[in-house]
Design a protein. Sequence first.
Length: 108
Amino acid sequence: MDGIDIFIYVAYALILIAAASAVILPLVKSLGQPKTLLTGGIGIAGLLVVYLISWGVSGDEVTSIYRQFGVEEIGSKRIGGALTTMYLLILLAVIGIVASEIRTLFNR
């Protein structure tokens, strides 16, 4: 194991520590304020509902090319649901940005 491998493992460990800190520390801070937990839970539940709707409308067809890589019908449906969710959230963000800019344009 040379120096590059060690640094790659150190980078993996630092990424895991940062990801865990990003999840755990806000939860610890919000234990004193239960309303923040409720609003965060509502946001997560909303994302889950959007994903489940997207998963429900996505197709499960798999071409022979993707079967070579081990992609099955359920995997295709999960990927389709994730992509549809991403497209919906990007569209929602763009609509929000445009609406915000129009609102600030008329509030001047």
